[in-house]
Design a protein around this ligand. Structure first.
Ligand code: GUN
Ligand code: ZN
Length: 430
């Protein structure tokens, strides 16, 4: 058993429906085999457990580990492309790099950079867009298992329009997906996600096969892209005989509580209603939407229709792994929308980056630091004199401190990360 002592911030009550930031100052969590079994003031817990080892995390902020609901493993080396909208960026920038994942000598280096990058940014759980090559997806799960991350991922499938070396067939997609799931789904902290790239690159036959695969893997998730860019949407409408984008998935039974659909920058009300009724989640990817010029995310319309929303970094169109940066960009985006935007505070941002993501991914035992949850957490403790250190020193209260963390924090400020109470490799308390 270990007593973790520090200042703990989390969002057990949804701030979009009246909850507020929970703040515990000079508090302690008792963690046994990764499970939080007691929570209270440090003085009280110390008295009750005088013999336990104390890990002193004072002088910083302890947050739940972040949950990234949309990030591309094969794109870590393709961050930073400028000046291209989605379809051109895919052709010229992202997909040539994804094609390199066919090389079994290339993929492991990328996988290691990827899992280290996630952990270093304080991300402990992620729904990851895998690769178009089964051996590369194996490599990702292997690397994630070594670090201990909670990863849900799968084979990315497409059978039209994008470059030929990334295409498969429904038959091959079925066989390779089930083989990967047999190796990894439910093994350690890994789970499988059925992952058609987007309707634009998938025939009805392939999407129907995706539904078959999903039904054959109990507990699997479904993930894809949705309504990101206007040229993309026009092409999808044409390819599917005038259908709206959500229906291209929904007609194959792919839109329900297991579904996480990235972007949805340009939805119709009919689509939002369907998403809200279905229990699906939209992964809001703010830096990506800005970088590709995809548009401003209509958060209020999503919430008005009861659509669940969480946060995704969308590396490599997104600009990095940090959900602090995504939170800040989500805030900027709403500010820029004027009357159509929602004024977000730091509790909203923390919720989007933690509890909302955990709920989207069906991870009921992480996302907050309550008794009965697993201790997946991160310590933000900036170096003396760094921008965040200065900000925290002058914060008025905990909500202001958290706002400064989202505004000024970077992975350099993440001093330690735990999953199931275990310190993650490569990131240590300084
Ligand atoms: N739509 C289809 N593939 C992708 C991708 O890799 N990134 C983004 N942002 N959108 C996509
Ligand atoms: Zn994406």
């Amino acid at each position: 058993m270990t007593l973790f002592r520090g200042t703990f911030l989390d969002t057990p009550e949804n701030p979009f429906t009246g909850g507020t930031l929970r703040v515990a100052t000079d508090a302690a969590l008792l963690v046994e085999d990764g499970l939080i079994t007691a929570r209270g003031s440090y003085a009280d817990l110390r008295d009750a457990h005088p013999a336990e080892r104390v890990v002193d995390l004072t002088g910083g902020l302890v947050l739940p580990g972040f949950v990234d609901t949309h990030v591309h493993f094969p794109q870590i080396r393709a961050v930073g492309g400028m000046g291209m909208p989605l379809l051109e960026w895919l052709d010229r920038y992202a997909l040539p790099e994804e094609a390199r994942m066919a090389d079994d000598a290339y993929a492991p280096g990328v996988a290691n950079e990827f899992v280290r990058g996630l952990a270093a940014a304080g991300t402990t759980s992620a729904l990851v867009f895998g690769a178009h090559f089964a051996s590369a997806v194996d490599t990702l799960f292997t690397a994630a298992s070594r670090v201990g991350l909670r990863i849900t991922s799968g084979l990315v499938v497409s059978d039209r329009i994008i470059r030929a070396d990334l295409l498969t067939t429904p038959e091959r997609a079925y066989a390779e997906s089930l083989a990967l799931a047999a190796r990894w789904h439910g093994v350690g902290r890994n789970r499988y996600a059925v992952t058609p790239r987007f309707s634009l690159s998938c025939t009805d036959d392939l999407l129907a096969t995706c539904h078959t695969i999903l039904e054959e893997i109990p507990g699997a998730l479904f993930t894809s892209h949705l309504n990101e860019n206007e040229a993309e949407i026009a092409t999808v409408t044409e390819l599917f005989g005038g259908s709206d984008y959500v229906s291209t998935y929904d007609k194959h039974g792919l839109v329900d509580h297991r579904s996480v659909l990235a972007h949805n920058v340009h939805p119709t009300d009919v689509e939002l209603k369907l998403l809200g009724d279905s229990g699906a989640t939209v992964a809001h990817c703010p830096t990506s939407n800005a970088a590709l010029g995809s548009g401003l995310f209509p958060l209020t319309r999503h919430l008005d229709h009861g659509v669940r929303v969480a946060l995704g970094s969308d590396v490599g169109a997104g600009t990095g792994f940090s959900l602090l940066k995504e939170g800040l960009q989500a805030y900027f985006c709403q500010q820029l929308m004027g009357d159509r935007g929602l004024a977000l505070n730091s509790a909203h941002l923390l919720h989007l980056a933690t509890t909302a993501g955990a709920s989207a991914l069906g991870l009921d035992d992480v996302g907050e630091l309550s008794v009965g949850k697993r201790f997946d957490a991160q310590l933000l403790r900036p170096a003396d004199g760094s921008p965040l250190a200065i900000g925290l020193e002058h914060a008025e209260d905990a909500e202001d401190a958290l706002a400064r963390a989202f505004t000024l924090g970077t992975p350099a400020d993440v001093r330690a990360v735990w999953i199931d109470g275990q310190l993650v490799n490569d990131v240590e308390v300084g």
